[in-house]
Write a protein that binds this ligand. Sequence first.
Ligand SMILES: [Mg+2]
Length: 295
Amino acid sequence: MTEIELLRKVRARMGPGSLIGDDCARIEGPRRGHELLVTTDLFLENTHFLRSTHSAADVGHKVLARGLSDIAAMGGTPLYCFLSLSLPQWADASWVRRFYDGLLALAARHKTRLAGGDLAHGETLAADIVVVGEVPLRAALGRGGARAGDAIYVSGVLGGASEGLKSGKGPGFARLRRPEPRIALGQYLRGKATSCMDLSDGLAIDLHRLCLESKVAAVVDHPLPASPGASLEQALHGGDDYELLFTAPPRRRVPEVWRGLPLTRIGSIVAGRAGKMTFFGRALPPLGYDHFQNS
Ligand SMILES: [Mg+2]
């Protein structure tokens, strides 16, 4: 069963008004004029990272970055995080200290307070992060608002993390280990983008998810902003870049560079079978990149 099939089954059981579908759940919060955003994310040794590629501080950074990236995808402001850790034998006191160094440095940069969690021993390292944020009422970005005619954009460059996993060096390797959540960009896109999500699993599979949620099709017919050294395959299907994928009405002016970050138009939303995608006229399969197939 694919993730999309599994999610469809769970959502069907929850009936109409399901909170599942976007990068965060939106929950009514105590602050007037705002709603809460809540996201949870598992980060597992050998599934999401290898000890050989990620230092302790890298793991700490990346655990939180993945959660913050989901808040960014909704246009939100992060407030609190909760971390549950399962620690294997090899993770000694020094490793754990450096793990928290990485996590807390990123948390401080985004004014996010570590507010709780849990600790246990296990066979392999597993970290489960919950991030709570907020967004002004009715301003949250989601995956369901893309309309035929909208332009499709991505921030930054694509394929760097998977290229870095293969090469073990350069800016792609840095991106793999220390992704940068696009919090400020997400907030900037409020009221401008019609839909938004973060690129965690690869452009093709994530664009497919956005199209399914918006019940539209997509035509990708502009050159992709590939990371230096990244192949077209890596730019299309490589995961772990944590850039933002968003759509905007055709007349909305989107700057080519925003605060030093490229925003590149890659195609258009069109009417058609939900989730259908083409890349320069050919069918684009919704495949993500297997993070470990080359390691
Ligand atoms: Mg996400």
